[in-house]
Design a protein around this ligand. Structure first.
Ligand code: UD1
Length: 339
């Protein structure tokens, strides 16, 4: 297949691009590089021994987007491009609605004009909001609690309406739980700009002495050790999940949604412990107040993806930490070291 990957230079996008190449698919990456690095694609090419076409295009630039859709005959699009920081979305909601919702509308119009109607969309478990109906099932009502989450929810609605109006569309909405880890080569991984918002990259930066200690948000949750519980999923398992969804869509019209998670929860302290084990050193931490908006417990019911896609996430938390540590150890400053 010839696949357009938007946001393909980012964390999940680069791992999915690599998996596609390894399976023999041709990939064109479209990315504006606002929160990613072209170096990730250079390394993806090096690992796979295959070429990736790259176009530095912003989804808000309709002309440039249409030119890419006209230049290649795509069979499908995997759409990762978007802004993803919850706190920033609260401070600057218009940027989030503009980039995520308007950007996606531009992409959908362009795809429609080009006659490409197969799409895998990067949604998030954040659409379930503060629901603690664990394990979270796809039928749970959506109730995102911040602008970032609402952009994901709105895009899901747009795609659901589009599929109902035009049965030629084939759409997968993938609700990721907490992506973690890196490719086993240690050559590609997560490289957040500024202070990481998410737990794993923060812990990894403490492990390489870029930061002094982890702040654990809340020690008084109703969980066995008092810290929040999440469903961490290895980014390579996640990448493979996208390809399983793409394969499913080759024979099915309609709009489908799946949780991509492991179905297992780990606490913040368990993550810190597993990372300490992987890195062979103590990771310093201190307790602080809860972070506003955080749920106590979130983990997936992954049965639908398993039954319908024949996919499951099998890599353990220990593997995620080992792989994330290898990436961070080899690239303490991320991709920026190569300038
Ligand atoms: C966050 C976002 C979510 C987004 C997801 C993936 C919020 C409220 N939610 O999910 O919308 O889809 O990232 O990008 O931001 N923690 C610490 N110390 C830290 C960082 C996190 O104790 O420095 C704790 C959190 O309280 C939580 C767990 O670690 O219990 C995981 O946090 P995080 O990695 O930010 O993911 P989520 O909050 O689940």
């Amino acid at each position: 297949m010839k696949v357009l990957v938007t946001g393909g230079a980012g964390y999940i996008g680069s791992h999915t691009t690599l998996s596609l190449l390894e399976l023999g698919h041709d990939v064109v990456v479209l990315d504006n590089l606002c929160n990613s690095s072209a170096e990730s694609l250079r390394r993806v090419q090096e690992i796979s021994g295959r070429n990736v076409e790259f176009r530095q295009v912003d989804l808000l630039d309709v002309e440039a987007l249409d030119a890419v859709l006209a230049e290649f005959q795509f069979d499908a699009v995997i759409h990762f491009a978007g802004l993803k920081a919850v706190g920033e979305s609260v401070e600057n909601p218009l940027a989030y609605y503009q980039n995520n919702v308007v950007g996606t509308l531009n992409l959908l119009h362009g795809m429609d004009r080009a006659g490409v109607r197969t799409l895998v969309f990067s949604s998030s478990a954040t659409v379930y909001g503060a629901s603690e109906q664990v394990p979270l099932h796809e039928d749970e009502p959506l109730n995102a609690t911040n602008p970032y989450g609402r952009t994901k929810e709105q895009i899901e609605d747009i795609l659901t309406d589009l599929g109902a109006a035009d049965p030629r569309w084939r759409v997968a909405l993938l609700r990721y739980f907490n992506p973690a880890g890196a490719h086993a080569s240690g050559r590609i991984g997560e490289d957040p700009r500024g202070v990481p918002n998410n737990l794993l990259p923060f812990v990894a930066q403490v492990a390489v002495d870029r930061r002094e200690k982890v702040t654990v948000f809340g020690a008084d949750y109703p969980t066995p050790d008092g810290t929040g519980i999440r469903d961490y999923i290895h980014v390579v398992d996640l990448a493979v999940g996208h390809i399983a969804a793409l394969e499913f869509l080759t024979s099915r019209n309609g709009v489908f949604r799946w949780n991509l998670g492991t179905g297992r929860g780990s606490s913040v302290l368990e993550v810190i412990e597993a990372f300490s084990e992987a890195a062979g050193k103590k990771i310093k931490y201190e307790f602080a107040d809860r972070r506003p908006g955080d749920a106590a417990i979130s983990y997936a019911d992954p049965a639908a993806a398993q039954d319908e896609l024949g996919w499951s996430a099998d890599k353990t938390l220990a593997q995620m930490c080992e792989d994330q540590w290898r990436w961070q150890r080899k690239n303490p400053l991320g991709y920026s070291e190569v300038g």
